[in-house]
Design a protein around this ligand. Structure first.
Ligand code: SF4
Length: 335
């Protein structure tokens, strides 16, 4: 099979897709607009100077390119569903043969059952919905969008009733981290969710203006662990954007693992070379002696500037040279 580099883009267009860490999925950005104004937005949705919105013809061209790499595509933004031609984009992706069409969304538009049905009929069949609190007061205070908690819940319910696969992403903030166990319980018991990712915020975009919304990692981790325990095995749960030394025993749920330079992901459907270097990642002096150094991104520059490096505690032991070794170790713990 021909080895190809993912077409360049300012935002990563591939990501570890599941808790096995084995599959990478191309991602296509279609808009920087959004129907929420989240204080923690990492892409500065709705803000001047953000990424240019691609024309429909550009999007179709990119979909054609990505089809050569993968049978699966992930559509993202901003809020992808606010584009007038959102359904047309999905239909086009379906028409050129994508077998799975995933949509990243805040869920608001899917609270309208008719719109949710049209999206599914167009060909979308995998939804990654952001969800950030266990009550309206907390939730709407972070999205700055009155009614967003109620709409997000209804959107999740509608997609579930349409038989769709839904995965939830919770962005951890200084406002919600103490309630993570409650959020996980709500998702599991009232909204029937079986897949949840807990994402530590990446200090970029709008969040740089609201840094106080980012908790200290070591304050949040005890509640992350409680949320993992609250899960009691019924929901597939993952954690991302926290370094290994901070997560400790919760590493068995960690999906944020750096691949080595020029690592090639090779599977029957596509081949991707991933360049993991990010100019905004930072490590401390002691990191060089840590067993996770080669597979750890460290912390974001913005976080280091704000909180420093004091929470990083290099871990002793034989160095792990390849992310696949970590996943093999971790998956044996999950069995
Ligand atoms: S390399 Fe540094 S940041 Fe990463 S786990 Fe080790 S000590 Fe922590």
């Amino acid at each position: 099979m021909k080895k190809e580099q993912l077409p360049g883009n300012s935002r990563s267009e591939s990501r570890a897709e599941n808790h096995k860490g084995a599959l990478f999925v191309p991602e296509i950005y279609i808009t920087g607009r959004c129907n929420q104004n989240c204080l923690f937005c990492s892409v500065s949705a709705n803000k001047p100077g953000g990424r240019k919105e691609p024309a429909l013809s550009e999007i179709k061209n990119r979909l054609d390119q990505f089809k050569k790499l993968s049978h699966k595509i992930r559509i993202t933004g901003g809020e992808a569903a606010v584009r007038k031609d959102f359904l047309e984009i999905i239909k086009y992706a379906k028409s050129i043969g994508f077998e799975t069409i995933a949509v990243e969304s805040n869920g608001q538009k899917f609270s309208d059952l008719s719109f949710a049905e049209k999206t599914v009929q167009a060909g979308a069949d995998d939804f990654f919905i952001s969800f950030h609190g266990h009550n309206a007061k907390l939730y709407d205070s972070m999205t700055c969008s009155p009614g967003s908690f109620t709409r997000a819940k209804q959107g999740i319910i509608n997609l579930g009733n349409l038989g769709q696969r839904v995965s939830i992403n919770i962005v951890i903030t200084a406002r919600n981290y103490k309630y993570l166990p409650e959020v996980v319980r709500l998702l599991r018991d009232k909204l029937g969710q079986s897949s949840v990712t807990l994402s530590f915020p990446i200090m970029s975009g709008e969040l740089m203006r609201h840094r106080n919304l980012v908790p200290k990692m070591t304050d949040a981790v005890p509640y992350i662990k409680k949320a993992l325990q609250a899960n009691s095995g019924k929901t597939k749960i993952s954690v991302q954007h926290l370094p290994f030394c901070v997560l400790g025993e919760a590493n068995k749920y960690n999906i944020w693992v750096k691949v080595q330079k020029k690592t090639v992901i090779d599977n029957p459907n596509f081949v991707i070379t991933i360049e993991p270097k990010n100019a905004h990642d930072r490590k401390d002096k002691g990191c060089a002696g840590c067993r996770y150094d080669n597979i750890c991104y460290g912390i974001r520059e913005g976080y280091a500037d704000f909180y420093g490096f004091g929470e990083l505690k290099p871990v002793k032991g034989k160095k792990i040279d390849d992310f696949r070794i970590f996943f093999a170790e971790r998956d044996s713990l999950l069995k």
